[in-house]
Write a protein that binds this ligand. Structure first.
Ligand code: ADP
Length: 521
């Protein structure tokens, strides 16, 4: 029986579990790949957002450059820029402290500052000259770019009071530049684009690289770890940082990964449970088929032996070959004994089928368990004694009357005593005991036989089940006796307790609740 079960187990393993394992491992490894792909795409997206802020700030600076260029063009090389336009230029751009024009050598220099401001530009003039000198090579590069029709705005130096100087080359081969207030530039000119980028999803911040102070942020609370950072091209002292609101990118990626992983695991578990169910059902079916076929062969065997004996002795007797009266009596005795055995087997099967199909009609009446047990004991005493058994009865002193089906309880006891005899080997001692427990009465049959292994103890009440032993045919049976006992005890709302040790012996205790309703009624 074990072979086909093992085989189907192996097939299930190969058909279901191995593919699941394979798919799961594959999925998990591809999950990692997917997640790192998502992460890299996301990182690039954050980078491009920061790029767009930089691009925008350059656009602002270029628009200023264009305005200065148009004023210079209007002045026609005189450096006397139209006053009204200059005034308006300053008025509309608060971040602009002043701007300047210089010749290509940087020696001639003129500053233009907002009308309402302190004369800082004038004070800074010498400093600007110095800066241009220090950055001579860069300025020459910008001239080179310009001749290639490429205008670049280049941040050159910090001035006191959060001022940043930027230089560029104008069309008429002049050096131009402006000084901006860095923080005002960020707040005035970049805040709107930063806000529109941040929206609900991101925290975007401009912070000072050296002091780590936030200059402007879409969020009130300070962020310590940005997922992406980029320098502001025009203000090298400032950096842009961006982070996902609430969750970090890692959290987001991880939560997606865990979700997928849990789904995979859940699915695998379901498949495994399914495989287990299939295996269990199949195992039960195979076991039942095997048990049924064992049952048929057991019953046939049980019927054949008494039938053969009856046939043999009856034939001997009818042929008149037995001369002595004594021998004839012995043969009649054997025929009678075997007929009883036959009817016992047939009755047991019939009773079982009646109980199984619910046709057994219980007849509950007030009874004394001592009396029922005593009767069975008396009818068995002589028979077991002749077989060499030390058979004892220990009745309880005060047995309360309780309601039970006498015939059914007797049938249970007969089954248990038969088993005790069958499975007793050479320690032939059986004790039948009755007793009273809290609100219940019991009868127990104790033998000193072969005992029952713990694993089998759970199965022996299943129908047709017989403990598989090598010499199983020595003790014949149908595997129905204990099933019948259990049905009967259940019908009495009672309980069976089994105490057995392999090689030592077994005690079956049937417990019946004391119930006197029938008697009182
Ligand atoms: P069976 O007709 O085989 O005796 P039962 O249902 O009465 O069927 O018992 C089921 C199995 O339990 C038996 O085959 C036997 O292996 C085991 N068994 C029952 N009673 C005893 C006992 N007193 N000692 C040892 N084994 C027992």
């Amino acid at each position: 029986m074990a072979k086909p079960i093992k085989k189907i187990g192996l097939i299930l393993l190969i058909l279901i579990i191995l593919p699941i394992l394979f798919i799961s491992i594959r999925e998990i490894s591809s999950l990692n790949e997917n997640e790192s792909l998502i992460e890299s795409i996301y990182t690039k997206q954050l980078e491009s957002i920061l790029y767009s802020v930089n691009q925008y700030s350059e656009d602002v600076a270029r628009s200023w450059l264009t305005r200065i260029q148009s004023m210079v063009d209007e002045a026609d090389g005189t450096w006397k820029l139209p006053e009204a336009k200059t005034k308006q230029f300053f008025e509309t751009n608060y971040a602009l402290n002043y701007f300047f024009l210089a010749d290509s050598s940087g020696r001639e220099l003129k500053t233009f500052q907002r009308p309402d401001a302190l004369p800082r530009a004038v004070e800074d003039r010498e400093k600007i000259k110095l800066v241009l000198k220090e950055n001579q090579s860069m300025v020459s590069k910008l001239y080179k770019f310009k001749s290639g029709k490429f205008t670049k705005i280049y941040p050159v130096a910090d001035m006191p009071g959060s001022t940043q100087i930027m230089v560029f080359i104008l069309d008429n081969k002049m050096t131009g530049g402006f000084a901006i207030d860095k923080s005002t530039f960020v707040r005035q000119n970049l805040s709107s684009i930063i806000q529109s980028i941040g929206r609900e999803e991101f925290v975007v911040t401009v912070f000072d690289v050296n002091s780590k102070e936030d200059i402007y942020s879409t969020e009130r609370t300070k962020i310590s770890n940005y997922q992406q950072k980029k320098n502001l091209w025009l203000i090298p002292d400032y950096s842009l940082g961006i982070s996902l609101k609430g969750k970090s990118l890692e959290d987001l990626v991880k939560s997606g990964m865990y979700k997928n992983l849990f789904m995979m695991l859940g699915l695998s578990m379901l498949m495994l449970i399914f495989a287990w169910f299939v295996y269990r059902n199949f195992k039960q079916e195979v076991e039942l088929a095997q048990i049924k076929s064992d049952f048929v062969s057991n019953v046939s065997h049980e019927l054949r032996t008494p039938l053969a004996l009856i046939h043999m002795y009856a034939e001997t007797l009818t042929m008149g070959r037995v001369k002595s009266e004594e021998k004839r009596d012995e043969y009649y005795g054997i025929i009678q004994q075997e007929t009883e055995r036959l009817s016992k087997i047939v009755n047991r099967i019939l009773n079982f089928s009646k109980i199984e199909s619910g046709k057994w009609k219980y007849n509950f009446t007030a009874n004394d368990l001592n009396e029922i047990t005593g009767q069975i004991y008396t009818s068995y005493k002589f028979h077991l004694g002749s077989k060499g058994f030390d058979f004892q009865f220990e009745p309880a002193e005060h047995m309360p009357v309780t309601v039970m089906d006498k015939e059914a309880v007797s049938e249970s006891l007969i089954n248990l005593i038969d088993n005790a005899v069958k499975y007793s080997s050479d320690r032939k001692k059986i004790i039948v005991r009755t007793g009273v427990m809290d609100k219940s009465v019991f009868v127990e049959i104790e033998d000193n036989g072969i005992g029952i292994a713990v694993d089998d103890q759970k199965k022996i009440f299943d129908k047709f089940y017989r403990v598989p032993t090598e010499d199983v045919h020595n003790a014949k049976g149908t595997g129905l006796g204990l099933t019948l006992v259990k049905h009967i005890v259940d019908a009495h709302k009672g309980e069976i307790r089994l105490n057995s040790r392999l090689g030592k012996g077994t005690t079956f205790r049937l417990i019946f609740p004391v119930n006197t309703t029938h008697k009182e009624a």
